[in-house]
Design a protein. Structure first.
Length: 638
C-alpha cells in the first residue's frame, strides 16, 4: 500500500484543538508495501501484510464471504411462516420433509411394523397395513421392542406414553401427521406431554407434536434418542424437556423445527445432545412473563436427583436460533459447541425488558441446583450473531473460544443501554459464586461489527484477541456514551485486573476510545487502531486510539510492538498514571501522538523501545505532551 500525501501535523498543539486537520481517505503508510497486500489487507511497520477477520476460506457451508472481513449466511430475507424452515444455505423457506406418495409415504417397512391410521373406520383394526389401529396408544401395546409404529396422515388427540420398550414413531410427514393431546392448563406432568418417554426409549421421525404440557418429555433421560424432521410447536411448556441419563449415548435432534413453545424451546438437564440442521425460534414466556430461552442447558444437580453435578454437553451445527426471549442459548456450567449456525433477533425478556442475549455462558450456581459453582465451557466457530439485545455473547466466570465468527448489530435493551458484541466478566461471591471465577476468552479470526457500547468488553478477564476486526462500535442509545472498540478493565473489587493480549487485529471507527485499558494490562502487537472519534455525548470528549489509565485500584500497563494508530480525534496514545512501553510503532495524524497525565497520585511513564515514528505522515520523532486531558471512565456490564 503506498502512502498518500497529507499536511504535516504539529508536534504540540493547544489543548482546545483536538484534531490537527489531517484529512486522508485511507491509512497513512510510510513502510514499503508488502507484496500482494491487497485491500482489506494492511501493511504493518515491519512491511508485512496483516489481513484480519475471517479468512476467505473460513466460512461454514451455507455461508458466503463478504470479500472483506466476514461471512454471511444464505437465508431468506423474511422470517419463515409456521411449519416451514430455513437453515444456512436455504435461500427460501421449505417444509421439513417431503410427504411421499400413498398412505404410508416413505416410512420404512420392516417385519413387525405396526400401522396406525386415524381415518380407518372399521372395528377390525389389527395393526397391519390393511387393517391399521386407529390410535397410537393401541399400536404401542402391540409393537415389539425397537419396533416401528407407522402413522398415516391425521391429527391424533392423545398423550402418547412410552415405557418398558424402545419405540420408533414414524409419520408420513410433519405437515400431515400431528400428535395433539387434549388441552391442559399449566402442568409439569410428563404424561400431559404430546409424547412422554418414561422408560425404554424413543425415536421420532417425520411428524408434528402440537400442544401438551411439553412437546416431548423424558424425565429419566432419552439415551440414543432421535428427533428427526419433527415439528414441535405450541406447547404450554417447553417444546422439549429431557432430564439426564448417566450414559455416553447422545440425544440427536436433526432437521427439526421447534417453535412457539413456552418457557424454553429445549430444556436439557445434564444431557449429551447434538442439534443439527434445526431451528429453534419464537419461544414465548410463561404466564408470569419469565423464560423464553431457545435452549436452556444446565447440569443435573441435586434437585434433579443426581448425587453429584453432571454437566450437560451439547453440540449445535448448521442450525438457526431466532426470535427467542431472554437468551437464544443459556449454558449454565456445561459444555457448549456451536458451529456453522445463526443466532439472531433474540428479544429482551418479558417481565423487565432486559436481556435478549445471543448466548449466555455462566457458571451453574446453587440457584440452578448445583452443589458447587461449575464454570461453563463454550466453543463457537464459523457462526453468525445479529440483531440480539444487550450483548450478543455474554460470558461470566466461564471459558469461551470464539473463532471465524461474525458478531454484529447488537441492539440495546428497552432502556437504551448496552448493546455490546462480546463481553466477559468474573463471577464473584456477591453474584452467587462461592469463590471468584475469572473468565477466559479467546477471540480469533472473527469480525465484531456495528455493535453498541463496547465491541469487546473485558472485566476481570484473561483474553487473547488475534487476527480479528472490531469495527464501527456505536454509542449506546441512552445518553450516547461509550462506543468503544475494546475495553480492558478491572472489576470494582481487589485483585481482578484484566489481562489482554491483542495481535494482528484491526480496531476502527470507535467512539471515545479504540482500545481502553483501565486498572489492567494489555499487550498489542502487529495491530492497527484507526479513526477513533470523539464521544457522541453533547460536547463530545475523549477520542483516543489507545488509552491506559489508573482509575480505582491498580496501575495500568500497555505494551505496543509493531502497531499503527492513526487519525484519533484526541490522542493516538494516552497514559493516565499508567505505563506505556512502545516499540517499532507508528502514530499518525491524531490530535496528539503521545499524551501523558498524572492520575490518582500516580505518574505516567513512557518506555521508548526504539523504532517509533510520529507525525502526519509518521516520519518524525515522537514527543510526549501533557495537555491536561481527561481520563476515561470504566465501563460496567449488565
Amino acid at each position: 500500500m503506498s502512502a498518500r500525501s497529507a499536511s504535516a501535523c504539529p508536534a504540540v498543539i493547544a489543548a482546545a484543538a483536538l484534531t490537527c486537520g489531517c484529512t486522508v481517505e485511507e491509512p497513512i503508510d510510510d513502510t514499503p508495501a508488502a507484496a500482494g497486500c491487497l485491500a482489506p489487507g494492511l501493511v504493518m511497520p515491519d512491511g508485512s501484510c496483516m489481513r484480519p477477520g475471517v479468512p476467505l476460506d473460513g466460512c461454514a457451508p451455507g455461508f458466503t464471504h463478504d470479500a472483506e472481513y466476514g461471512c454471511q449466511p444464505v437465508l431468506p430475507a423474511m422470517a419463515c411462516p409456521p411449519g416451514l424452515i430455513a437453515i444456512p444455505g436455504d435461500a427460501a423457506c421449505r417444509p421439513l420433509a417431503a410427504c411421499g406418495s400413498g398412505t404410508w409415504g416413505a416410512i420404512p417397512v420392516e417385519p413387525g411394523t405396526v400401522y396406525v391410521d386415524a381415518s380407518y373406520t372399521a372395528a377390525d383394526g389389527d395393526g397391519s397395513a390393511g387393517k391399521p389401529f386407529k390410535t397410537i396408544a393401541a399400536a404401542l401395546g402391540a409393537v415389539a421392542d425397537n419396533g416401528v409404529v407407522a402413522i398415516a396422515a391425521g391429527s391424533y388427540a392423545e398423550n402418547v406414553v412410552i415405557q418398558q420398550k424402545r419405540v420408533r414413531l414414524w409419520g408420513v410427514c410433519p405437515e400431515k401427521v400431528e400428535i395433539a393431546p387434549p388441552p391442559v392448563g399449566a402442568s409439569n406432568k410428563c404424561t400431559d406431554a404430546a409424547v412422554c418417554v418414561l422408560s425404554g426409549g424413543a425415536e421420532l421421525h417425520m411428524l408434528a407434536l402440537r400442544g401438551g404440557a411439553f412437546g416431548l418429555g423424558a424425565p429419566l433421560g432419552l439415551p440414543n434418542g432421535v428427533v428427526d424432521r419433527v415439528w414441535l410447536h405450541d406447547a404450554t411448556g417447553p417444546g422439549m424437556l429431557i432430564l439426564p441419563v448417566l450414559s455416553a449415548n447422545a440425544l440427536t435432534i436433526t432437521g427439526s423445527l421447534i417453535e412457539h413453545n413456552r418457557t424454553f424451546g429445549v430444556y436439557l438437564y445434564g444431557v449429551k445432545a447434538t442439534i443439527d440442521k434445526s431451528a429453534v425460534r419464537n419461544t414465548q414466556a410463561r404466564a408470569d412473563k419469565r423464560g423464553g430461552d431457545g435452549l436452556y442447558l444446565v447440569p443435573c444437580g441435586v434437585d434433579q436427583g443426581c448425587t453429584q453435578d453432571v454437566p450437560g454437553d451439547v453440540t449445535i451445527t448448521a442450525s438457526v436460533f431466532e426470535g427467542n426471549l431472554e437468551a437464544a442459548i443459556s449454558d449454565y456450567g456445561s459444555m457448549l459447541r456451536v458451529d456453522g449456525s445463526v443466532v439472531q433477533n433474540t428479544q429482551p425478556r418479558a417481565f423487565d425488558s432486559e436481556g435478549g442475549f445471543g448466548i449466555l455462558e455462566i457458571p451453574c450456581k446453587s440457584t440452578e441446583g448445583c452443589k458447587t459453582s461449575l464454570p461453563g465451557t463454550m466453543v463457537v466457530a464459523r457462526s453468525w450473531f445479529r440483531g440480539n439485545h444487550t450483548a450478543a455473547i455474554a460470558i461470566e466466570g466461564s471459558k469461551a473460544e470464539i473463532t471465524t465468527t461474525v458478531v454484529r448489530d447488537t441492539l440495546p435493551r428497552a432502556d437504551g443501554r448496552y448493546g455490546g458484541g462480546v463481553q466477559a466478566e468474573g463471577c464473584y461471591p456477591a453474584g452467587g459464586c462461592p469463590k471468584t471465577l475469572a473468565p477466559e476468552l479467546t477471540l480469533t479470526r472473527s469480525l465484531v461489527d456495528g455493535n453498541r457500547y463496547v465491541g469487546v468488553a473485558l472485566i476481570g478477564a484473561t483474553a487473547t484477541i488475534a487476527d480479528s476486526a472490531i469495527r464501527n462500535t456505536q454509542p449506546e442509545d441512552a445518553g450516547k456514551a461509550f462506543g468503544r472498540g475494546v475495553a480492558v478493565a478491572s472489576c470494582k473489587g481487589p485483585s481482578c485486573a484484566s489481562n489482554a493480549t491483542i495481535s494482528g487485529t484491526l480496531v476502527s471507527h470507535s467512539y471515545e476510545f479504540g482500545v481502553e485499558v483501565s486498572d489492567s494490562n494489555a499487550t498489542l502487537s502487529r495491530s492497527a487502531i484507526f479513526d477513533t472519534l470523539a464521544g457522541a455525548e453533547k460536547g463530545g470528549g475523549f477520542g483516543d486510539g489507545l488509552s491506559a489509565a489508573y482509575l480505582l485500584q491498580s496501575t495500568a500497563t500497555v505494551t505496543l510492538e509493531g502497531t499503527r494508530i492513526e487519525r484519533a480525534a484526541r490522542a493516538a496514545l494516552s497514559a493516565f498514571g499508567a505505563t506505556a512501553a512502545i516499540g517499532t510503532s507508528r502514530f499518525s495524524c491524531s490530535g496528539f501522538a503521545l499524551d501523558g497525565e498524572a492520575n490518582g497520585g500516580f505518574a505516567f511513564k513512557f518506555d521508548d523501545r526504539g523504532g517509533n515514528l510520529c507525525g502526519c505522515p509518521a516520519d518524525g520523532a515522537c514527543k510526549v505532551v501533557s495537555a491536561q486531558l481527561a481520563p476515561p471512565n470504566a465501563p460496567d456490564l449488565p
